[in-house]
Design a protein. Structure first.
Length: 312
């Protein structure tokens, strides 16, 4: 772990760090703050973001705009549907990241082509950002769940199979996807308990306690109830689908630990789980692999859905 902290210091080009009181595990406040700030460990963030933007623009030129439909009453509650040519096709719902404070559905357009070529619909919802919700994470989680429920109820309208819905999330989107996977669908929404058939969680957070102690608390109003309710690792009794958990070897030490410990907890609970590591990939590069059928993320997504990488 000390090596990772040295890497963080070099990447941020900061002055030598004098260790302060421990705040979480062996980390002082600065080390913990850095461990929940991907920019410290991924100096090429802007370059990757530009690649994603250009790839999404190119995708939309090739395929045209997705169908955009409202799933809830507010302006932000809309989702993009990229349709495959097959009828009654499986559906992958992608939940984008952005530290809970940025990102839009259109930014993930570049990921759609792999799924539609493999015979699956690709759905990306927009949802409120935490600062627009007054620092409250609950509305974000509720809207993501509402989007999944809408897809289940309306799958037939766009040629989807409601019995083959999968969820994929990256970063804070993986956190929200984790919360969605442990939803009590029958009690809370009146739907079957297993409407999601599998989940791929990439570079996410699954216990909010250390996040609450970090500088993310400057814009997220954490409470005991939010920490408890939105820590998916604490609700594994409600997990009803196999999952794949992934992280990059160049991510922050906390994001790596979160993935390892979450996967271990799922395994200990007797639920099906696989942990995969993207060697040499940082946080933002891991997201890019989701659009490549031979990449770490893309291969895992197609495997989870039972789709062939060679299908066109």
């Amino acid at each position: 772990m000390a090596e990772n902290f040295n890497t963080a210091q070099t990447a941020s080009q900061s002055s030598p760090h004098v260790k302060g009181p421990r705040v979480w595990l062996d980390m002082d406040q600065k080390e913990l703050d850095d461990a929940y700030d991907q920019r410290v460990y991924a100096p090429n963030q802007e370059l990757v973001a530009k690649r994603r933007r250009l790839a999404s623009e190119a995708l939309l030129k090739r395929l045209g705009q997705p169908e955009r439909i409202a799933y809830g009453p507010t302006e932000i509650e809309q989702l993009d549907i990229y349709k495959t040519r097959r009828s009654n096709a499986p559906i992958n719902i992608f939940i984008h990241g952005g530290a809970w404070r940025n990102g839009q559905a259109k930014d993930s357009a570049y990921l759609a082509e792999m799924f539609i070529n493999a015979g699956a619909h690709f759905v990306v919802p927009d949802f409120i950002q935490v600062e627009d919700a007054g620092g409250n994470l609950m509305p974000m989680a509720q809207q993501v769940r509402a989007a999944v429920a809408w897809v289940y109820k309306n799958a037939a309208r766009f040629g989807g199979d409601p019995n083959r819905i999968y969820i994929t999330g990256h970063s804070s989107g993986a956190h929200l996807s984790g919360c969605t996977l442990v939803t009590d669908w029958q009690k809370d929404v009146g739907l079957p308990t297993n409407i999601i058939k599998g989940g791929l969680l990439v570079s996410g957070m699954y216990d909010l306690k250390p996040v609450r102690l970090s500088k993310r608390s400057e814009y997220v109003k954490f409470t005991d109830e939010i920490e408890r309710a939105l820590s998916s690792q604490r609700h594994l009794d409600k997990l009803n689908a196999p999952i794949i958990v992934a992280h990059g070897s160049q991510e922050t030490p906390e994001f790596q630990r979160q993935a390892r410990e979450f996967a271990a907890a799922v395994k200990a609970a007797g639920k099906p789980v696989e942990l995969i590591v993207g060697e040499g990939f940082n946080h933002f590069e891991m997201q890019e692999t989701l659009g490549n059928p031979y990449g770490i993320g893309g291969r895992a997504a197609l495997k989870l859905m039972g789709l062939s990488m060679n299908l066109t």
